[in-house]
Write a protein that binds this ligand. Structure first.
Ligand SMILES: [Zn+2]
Ligand SMILES: [Zn+2]
Length: 296
């Protein structure tokens, strides 16, 4: 990877707002859901801009060891969370959901009312370390489904993860590591990809939102290059999206073609605007790292 791979600047609040309007215009059926998520992503961006996080440092010996062994820079449990800003974002997300997301509203109000009882640090670590017991216990106590609690907690910690990842990405600039199907920062799976203006494939991490170039062809999940096992589908009306399916590992990957997209690319908004493609891929029997978005 070189510095040219530090791909795009973060979309501004105006970019998010404008892209949300354009998606709503192009796909009226997504109106209310984009309305809600547009505000969620703007709240996350505001929170990200106010974050105070010391960068995670990796000494040169450890860095060499990681590169030599094709390992990601850190384990997800090492991510740092700005707890104060995450908690304040969580409160904002709860009020947005109680006003704009009918299916989440009652849970959002319970969460708001019970925030004092939550051990947020424990929940952040639970998500990062994939330890569901802590989250299950808290969800039971809050009387809400586990995935709903995880949804709120994940969205509130996401700006911290993203900041840590972009701080860590400086370590990757001299790495000549082969381009893998897992995040070079935290080792998580991608939840979508895009084709950059030159047609190169870039993967997006489902956990820390880091973006990295990968090889053009083949399945990024199982490395299969067998063309008989690789298929894709798309709709005539939305040529900017394609869904790649792998019959070797049964995973699918949504790909957004920036050469065809006629609006500013806000990855998280495009993830939402393509939920019908996730549904279609799942109906066909394929799976993907869950993006953490809840059906409203
Ligand atoms: Zn990552
Ligand atoms: Zn595969």
């Amino acid at each position: 990877m070189n510095l040219n791979d530090m791909i795009r600047p973060e979309p501004s609040i105006e970019d998010i707002d404008q892209a949300a309007r354009l998606i709503q215009k192009a796909r009226p059926s997504y109106g209310p859901i984009i309305e809600f998520y547009g505000q969620v992503f703007i709240a996350q961006e505001k929170s990200r801009q106010a974050l105070e996080l010391d960068p995670i440092l990796i000494d040169s010996e450890l860095l060499k060891l990681k590169f030599d062994n094709g390992m990601p820079l850190i384990d997800p449990s090492q991510f740092r969370i700005d707890r104060i800003r995450a908690e304040s974002l969580l409160k904002t997300l709860c009020s947005l959901a109680s006003n704009h997301a009918p299916k989440l509203a009652s849970h959002a109000r319970k969460l708001q009312a019970g925030l004092d009882r939550l051990d947020l640090d424990l929940l952040f670590q639970g998500i990062l370390e994939n330890r569901e017991t802590a989250i299950e216990k808290a969800a039971l106590d809050m009387n809400m489904p586990v995935h709903v609690l995880m949804f709120f907690v994940f969205l509130s910690m996401a700006p911290s993860l993203q900041t840590c990842a972009s701080q860590l990405a400086v370590y990757l600039k001299d790495s000549s590591e082969p381009k893998k199907g897992y995040c070079p920062v935290c080792g998580s799976h991608p939840n979508a990809a895009f084709l950059d203006p030159e047609g190169k494939r870039v993967l997006m991490c489902s956990l820390c939102a880091h973006e990295w170039h990968t090889r053009r062809m083949g399945c990024v999940f199982c490395d299969s290059n067998d063309t008989r096992l690789q298929h894709y589908f798309f709709n005539e009306e939305e040529k900017e999206y394609r869904v790649y399916l792998c019959d070797n590992c049964q995973n699918y990957l949504k790909v957004i073609d920036l050469r065809v997209l006629n609006r500013t690319f806000v990855p998280r908004l495009e993830q939402i605007a393509t939920l019908h493609l996730d549904m279609k891929a799942r109906e066909k029997g394929y799976k993907n790292a869950l993006p953490g978005f809840h059906d409203l």
